[in-house]
Design a protein around this ligand. Structure first.
Ligand SMILES: *Cc1c(COP(=O)(O)O)cnc(C)c1O
Length: 409
């Protein structure tokens, strides 16, 4: 059959995958355990010689269906689902890396990922944070023991766009695992595989689920990294095709042993949400562009951070790499406007910590999600006390504009 488009493929994937009673949605399978008429089959499932399910922590049919959808969206060879995006990152890194290894990470990071990397340092995994908007800064940080480079596509909250292509080439030359967190862009706006990513992270909680009603994370292997050259793979997982060694180790050590599994109910919510990802995100991006332009021309705003604006330092790069500029933008308010008062004056825009919701959400970042890291690290990330981050939703633009006008007094 011919290869279908992004939305068509996603909408029809459950129906094409051996549907019970011809259902259009993969059912929610709550069963934790699975039975086999022939006990030998149970053994074969355990030994990986027969396809099947044995225990809900490791595999569940509803979750598998979602894994397949994300693999198709990212053009990957396999995906593993986790309870949250953080679980996906933590479990993958803990299963692939060991003490004495070194990773290079963008300094412009989601706050909890930054915090996780500090924990990795306590476990003997060295982390160097660099400005990833230029590949040469990553290159300068590469050491003999470097195993992996980690970047986000559009960083939160200052919206820096990493040199995704340049870093991809660098990782290929140096045979490094290239892990790209695609949460901000989602597979609708950007395909990390195109720039050489080995592993892709998506927090499904955000744009892919899109409704703020379920948590989930996914790690996808693109098949581009040669795992046979990676000596952290346990002997037991060196049996199948080398392209599957990495994801197998993540599945066994990261998911099975650490146990942050996605629930089948969450998988169902996220799967239904994913059906409208391109529709929602296109509209949210269009709204974000209008609001960012409005703010850029408003005297109450000192600075706007949005890759869609010509004034953004990586505007051209974002234009080349992404289908659109995303639904996140941030502003620095002028000194005369208090960020809390500003937010309290808004009616439609909700003060909330999530992002990638259908509703427009806003948060004073220095006082909340980036509070714990302290003033010094915030300054290094370009986060001012007056900064407000918006995650733009799909409301009617007139209502959003009215909110901004009224609040910026
Ligand atoms: C939210 C987020 C995560 C973590 O996802 P959760 O599902 O909340 O655990 C990771 N990376 C980025 C860029 C995010 O925005």
């Amino acid at each position: 059959m011919s290869k279908k488009g992004f939305i068509t493929t996603n909408l029809h994937s459950d129906r094409k995958d051996n549907p019970e009673h011809g259902v259009l949605h993969k059912p929610i399978h709550p069963s934790v355990a699975y039975s086999y008429e022939d006990a030998r089959h149970l053994a074969e499932v355990f030994q990986g010689k027969r396809a099947g399910y044995n225990y809900g922590r490791q595999l569940n049919p509803t979750v598998t269906a979602l894994q397949n959808k994300i693999s198709a969206m990212e053009n990957g060879i396999a995906s593993v689902a986790f309870a949250t995006g953080m679980a996906a990152i933590a479990s993958s890194f803990l299963s692939l890396l060991k003490a004495g290894d070194h990773i290079v990470s963008s300094t412009f990071l989601f706050g909890n990922t930054n915090s996780l990397f500090n924990t990795l340092e306590r476990l003997g995994i060295e982390v160097t944070f660099v400005d990833a908007t230029e590949a040469r800064f990553v290159e300068n940080a590469v050491q003999k023991n470097t195993r992996l480079v980690f970047v986000e596509t559009i960083a939160n909250p200052v919206t820096q766009v990493a040199d995704l292509k340049g870093i991809g080439q660098l990782c290929q030359i140096n045979n490094l695992i290239y892990c790209v967190d695609n949460t901000m862009t989602s597979p609708h706006l950007f395909s990390p595989k195109e720039v050489g990513a080995s592993l892709i992270v998506n927090s499904l909680t955000k744009n892919i689920g899109g409704h703020g009603n379920a948590l989930g994370g996914m790690i996808t292997d693109t098949g581009l990294y040669d795992w046979s050259s990676f000596d952290n793979i346990f002997d037991t997982y060196r049996k199948e095709k080398p392209e599957l060694w990495g994801i197998t180790q993540i599945k066994k050590k990261g998911l099975r042993d650490m146990g942050a599994s996605m629930s089948p109910e969450a998988a169902h919510h996220l799967s239904v949400g994913s059906e409208t990802l391109p529709l929602r995100l296109d509209r949210a991006c269009a709204n974000a562009m209008i609001l960012a332009e409005f703010c850029e021309n408003h005297p109450g705003i000192a600075h706007v951070y949005y890759p869609g604006l010509a004034s953004h330092p990586q505007h051209k790069r974002a234009q080349q790499l992404f289908k659109n500029f995303g639904a996140i933008f941030s502003v620095d308010l002028v000194d005369e406007i208090d960020c809390f008062e500003f937010l309290n004056r808004m009616e439609t825009v909700v003060s909330s910590s999530n992002l990638g919701d259908n509703r427009t959400l806003a948060i004073p970042v220095a006082h909340t999600i980036y509070y714990e890291m302290g003033a010094e690290r915030r300054a290094s990330m370009g986060i001012a006390d007056s900064m407000v981050r918006f995650s733009v939703g799909i409301e009617d633009i007139e209502d959003l504009l009215e909110d901004f006008s009224k609040a910026l007094v």
